[in-house]
Unconditional design. Structure first.
Length: 578
């Protein structure tokens, strides 16, 4: 029962994994015996002093042998404590980071749109590092001290109740004062925690937006803003450390009275011959040891209070609901949306009762004014976000019943914002299907009209393309993403404004690649270039999160005033010249 309770406390208060809890238990047990070993040395000194006072003469080697054996055992215990604590700590830090990374992998895209990426990076790296320090220096030893002090308190009270109380009362009062201040300490450390998150985000933003900052001559203003955030964080850090150090200093001063109390009570007892001198010496030595032990515990508590906000943040991330579902085998790929509703926050509905069917082996285009929810529909179909109400069904299954792995296996994405990695062209295309051969990757590149620019690169397919494909043009990056989709060859294809910022030549090549890609698939296209989607099998016109009309181009020109206006504006845009 006690073991289960300790496991619950460690998991709730420190966010440890099961293996980390086992490590802490073993390390705490080793630390307990190390403290017992230090106390054994004091007992040997008392034993020697008692023999001297009683006139018992023993050879020097006798005492030296006892000390040597005790030191040897103590060395083994210290070595064991070190190995258990630090090796276990590093393994637990690894386990925590892997667990958090696995959790992040399962989170919906909506989570990342509502949280700063710098905050997630800080949680994985800095917060776990802070917890790692506590595991290696505080948690096992603090647990060991609790049990050690309990045992010593019982022994002191049993040996001499008056001297035991004199030694323990100041220690208990100092410890209580420390615990009473925990709420204030946690409140200030949490303020500092979030202020540092804010400062980190300001630095990251300043680094990522250097092009905009320099081009707009915003350097001085940005420097002032980041400096002000840093100065505010530093002032808050000073106040936080004061709020932590003052309770420690006060409780430490109270605990130091333990030695004085023992000395005063001992003097009174010696005056009436109620205690032997050896007991007085022993209690003074033990009081010094216990004062040091409780003082170290208070430092541990201060670290725990400092960690509170970080442990909560790790716990929040670990307990964030993930997308669930079964690994279903899908065979038919009509996509049916029925009364779908969704909001990015609780205030404004982006999608409000959308219903239509995208048929397999047909192209469905979604058009409408900016902000009407076109791209959001694609995110909901792909489960990058989960809708709030209604249903989206594929092969008769609600997609929220399908695991993201099973669904993503059947969906290819080609979005306007292409994300590439700083690796070779070959590896970037192979992301579409990791088990593809080099020849299959090259064939996909040829079908996507990529090979003309790839062969001009310094090392062809093996050329490193820079961070997010910085060495390629926008059209070239877009064609790489289409090559990925061709290689994956999934039965559902989602295309989102893929030609929004392309020149005429790149758009033509991309259109040729898409014509090869969409055969025999369920295709949904979002586009503001209405000329490119006039021949779609179905066009869904959206306005303010609702379906205004649906049909072919000719049908909509007759029944949809909004579609007519969109066509007219598109025509005017194409005719516009500077």
């Amino acid at each position: 029962m006690e073991g289960a309770r300790m496991k619950t406390i460690l998991k709730r208060n420190f966010g440890l994994t099961d293996s980390g809890i086992r490590m802490v238990r073993r390390a705490a047990l080793a630390s307990f015996f190390v403290n017992a070993g230090y106390m054994a040395l004091m007992l040997i000194a008392m034993y020697y002093g008692d023999n001297v006072l009683k006139g018992v003469i023993r050879p020097a080697w006798y005492y030296l042998a006892i000390i040597a054996v005790t030191l040897a055992v103590l060395y083994i215990l210290i070595d064991r404590e070190y190995v258990l604590t630090f090796n276990g700590t590093y393994q637990e830090a690894t386990n925590l980071r892997l667990e958090i990374a696995d959790q992040i992998k399962k989170l919906p895209l909506s989570y990342f749109s509502r949280h700063d990426l710098s905050d997630l990076a800080q949680t994985i790296m800095q917060d776990v590092t802070d917890l790692e320090h506590a595991m290696s220096h505080s948690i096992p030893r603090c647990i060991a001290y609790v049990f050690f002090l309990t045992v010593m308190a019982v022994l002191l009270l049993a040996s001499n109740p008056l001297l035991g109380l004199a030694a323990l009362i100041p220690l208990a009062v100092g410890l209580v004062l420390m615990l009473l201040s925990q709420r204030a300490q946690k409140r200030w450390t949490e303020k500092y925690f979030w202020k540092m998150r804010e400062t980190t985000e300001a630095f990251q933003e300043a680094i990522e937006l250097q092009r905009e900052i320099k081009s707009c001559r915003y350097e001085d203003k940005n420097y002032q803003e980041v400096s002000a955030s840093l100065d505010a964080a530093e002032r808050l850090r000073v106040r936080t450390e004061l709020m932590q150090s003052m309770p420690i200093l006060l409780s430490t001063a109270v605990m130091k009275l333990s030695i004085g109390f023992v000395a005063a009570v001992s003097a009174a007892l010696l005056r009436i011959n109620a205690v032997q001198m050896i007991y007085v010496i022993g209690f003074l030595l033990v009081s010094m040891r216990l004062t040091d032990a409780v003082g170290v515990m208070e430092d541990f508590f201060a670290e725990f209070f400092y960690l509170d906000a970080r442990i909560k943040r790790i716990g929040e991330l670990r307990n964030t609901p993930t997308q669930q579902g079964k690994n279903l085998e899908l065979e038919h790929f009509d996509i049916e949306l029925k009364d779908v509703r969704f909001a990015y926050n609780d205030e404004t509905k982006v999608i409000n009762g959308v219903s239509f069917v995208a048929k397999q082996d047909q192209v469905t285009a979604i058009v409408g004014p900016s902000g009407c929810g076109k791209s959001t529909i694609l995110r909901l179909i792909s489960r990058l976000y989960d809708y709030d109400g209604g249903s989206i069904r594929i092969d008769g299954h609600d997609i929220q019943e399908i695991s993201t792995d099973a669904l993503f296996d059947k969906v290819s994405f080609v979005f306007q914002d292409v994300i590439l990695f700083n690796s070779s062209v070959l590896d970037n295309i192979r992301m579409g299907r990791l088990d593809a051969t080099d020849e299959e990757v090259r064939q996909a590149a040829r079908l996507a009209n990529c090979e003309d620019f790839i062969l001009r690169l310094p090392e062809g397919y093996d050329t490193l393309i820079g961070e997010n494909g910085s060495k390629l043009s926008g059209g070239e990056r877009q064609r790489i993403s289409i090559a990925r989709a061709l290689l994956k060859n999934a039965p559902i294809l989602l295309l989102d404004e893929i030609s929004a910022s392309l020149d005429v030549e790149n758009e033509r090549k991309i259109q040729e690649a898409l014509n090869r890609l969409i055969t025999d698939k369920t295709v949904i296209i979002v586009s503001h270039r209405l000329k490119s989607i006039e021949k779609a099998d179905q066009i869904v016109v959206m306005d303010a999160g609702r379906v205004e009309a649906a049909g072919t181009h000719d049908e909509l020109m007759k029944k949809s005033p909004l579609y007519q206006r969109l066509i007219e504006k598109s025509s005017l845009t194409e005719k516009f010249t500077y």
